[in-house]
Design a protein around this ligand. Structure first.
Ligand code: HAM
Length: 416
């Protein structure tokens, strides 16, 4: 019988990788909570029009990439392609703005986009995102860059660059579009078919196109930053000054428009220097809450692509420092192990073992493959003397421990 495989562009996250995933998730959660963000859990399926309205009708995400279906009652449903529109829906629907002036939320989970699968691009992928509602000040925008920088640093990811830009307010965007429309129309034949439609319906989207001829043609366009009104200009300049204060490596990229329509003013992406892949993206969306029929409340946020970060975490940092492998040499040791396990469980010490009849050297090879640092060796000799051997697989050092000292000694070692 033919094996039924997973869907294209969708992958399993296997136990070998899971520690890296958890480390990334926990780092972002911990740092966001220190910055005062609270968790929100939004649904995976929503009314499709949340995204059509939020992300924009003429974006690739809505036009080409949404997983849509009708439920049994004919309602139009979509699997969420991102979190922001859903969080805004929840913010308005639950009148969260009534509680406090500033609301800071974070979320984590799978997103779905029917994109062409390739390296780092999946149809189900995971985002950690944060959104701040109620703050206009560029300090909020800078706070997010600071948070990202701290988290990446803590994860040991340093080969990154922050790309920054401002799209201005609706007026700035309109002025800019008016300015470039003539140039775009007179060069229309240099653009791909998709961009020809974009020029008519949503000209800023042409900056996202990967087609070489389109890229070359937009290179000649003036920078959107030169069309910012005084207020937007001041907002952007303050934001940049703050980033400089943090000493964060950044580049202003006037062609950065992002693939989503809700942005106003600040937009940013974090790229991995080596292959220009975006590992995070975000920006300010001061009109979205109002446009989704809520009050006029400004907002700013970002989302990190966890799938793209996992390969950047070094394997050598993933030594399991807090787990003990029980090496059970012989039948007596296997019998005795339940007593030891009970003791470890009561003291919340993680352990692994298997019950195979192996020699010590075979066992140690098995332990080496697991990445577990601590190894507790128990054989007939040790049982007779009322001791166990604790071996540090990293340094090779081993020590004899009396049975009644097992928990204390392991706790001490795990801490070191
Ligand atoms: P986005 O740039 O579409 O922004 O996605 C954010 C991050 O998700 C990307 O930088 C990338 O790392 C990851 N990502 C996107 N698509 C894929 C994919 N197909 N496979 C793997 N990873 C992917 C947003 O989604 C906005 N909601 C961010 C935001 C929050 N803006 C304001 N608040």
């Amino acid at each position: 019988m033919e094996i039924i495989t997973r869907l294209r562009g969708i992958k399993d996250i296997l136990p070998d990788e899971i520690e890296k995933w958890k480390k990334i998730e926990q780092t972002f959660i911990e740092i966001s909570e220190l910055f005062g963000f609270k968790e929100i859990r939004i649904p995976i399926i929503e009314n499709k029009f949340i995204f059509v309205k939020g992300i924009g009708t003429n974006t690739d995400i809505v036009m080409k990439e949404m997983y849509e279906f009708k439920d049994k009652k004919g309602r139009e449903i979509a699997l969420r392609p991102e979190g922001t529109a859903s969080v805004v829906r929840a913010f308005i629907e639950n009148k969260m703005y009534m509680k406090q002036k500033i609301t800071k939320l974070y979320y984590y989970g799978p997103m779905f986009r029917y994109d062409r699968p390739q390296k780092g691009r999946y149809r189900q992928f995971y985002q950690f995102g944060v959104e701040i509602f109620g703050g206009k000040s560029p300090y909020f925008d800078a706070e997010l860059i600071n948070l990202l920088n701290i988290a990446f640093d803590k994860l040991g990811i340093r080969e990154i660059i922050f790309l920054l830009n401002s799209l201005g307010c609706e007026n700035c965007k309109d002025n800019y579009i008016k300015k470039i429309k003539g140039h775009l129309e007179s060069n229309i034949n240099k653009f791909c078919n998709d961009c020809k439609v974009r020029i008519e319906k949503n000209p800023l989207r042409i900056f996202d196109c990967k087609n070489i001829s389109c890229k070359k043609t937009v290179e000649k366009l003036p920078s959107i930053i030169d069309f910012l009104c005084n207020e937007c200009k001041e907002h952007f300049e303050k934001f940049i000054k703050l980033i400089e204060k943090f000493g964060i490596e950044y580049k202003i990229d006037p062609k950065l428009v992002r693939g989503i329509d809700y942005y106003t003013r600040t937009v940013f992406e974090v790229n991995f220097k080596n292959d220009e892949i975006a590992i995070a993206g975000g920006g300010r969306y001061d009109n979205l809450v109002r446009d989704m029929s809520g009050p006029d409340i400004p907002a700013v946020g970002f989302a990190v692509g966890i799938d793209r970060i996992v390969p950047l975490i070094c394997d050598d940092k993933m030594i399991k420092n807090d787990v003990v492998f029980l090496v059970l040499l012989g039948e007596n040791a296997r019998k005795k192990s339940f007593e030891i396990m009970k003791n470890l469980i009561e003291n919340k010490i993680k352990f692994e073992t298997d019950y195979e009849d192996r020699s010590l050297s075979e066992y140690l090879r098995v332990v080496n493959k697991t990445g577990i640092r601590w190894c507790m060796i128990l054989g007939d000799n040790e049982i007779e003397k009322g001791v166990v051997i604790l071996k540090d697989m990293q340094t090779g050092k081993q020590e004899l421990i009396e049975n009644n000292e097992i928990v204390n000694k392991i706790k001490e070692r795990i801490k070191c």
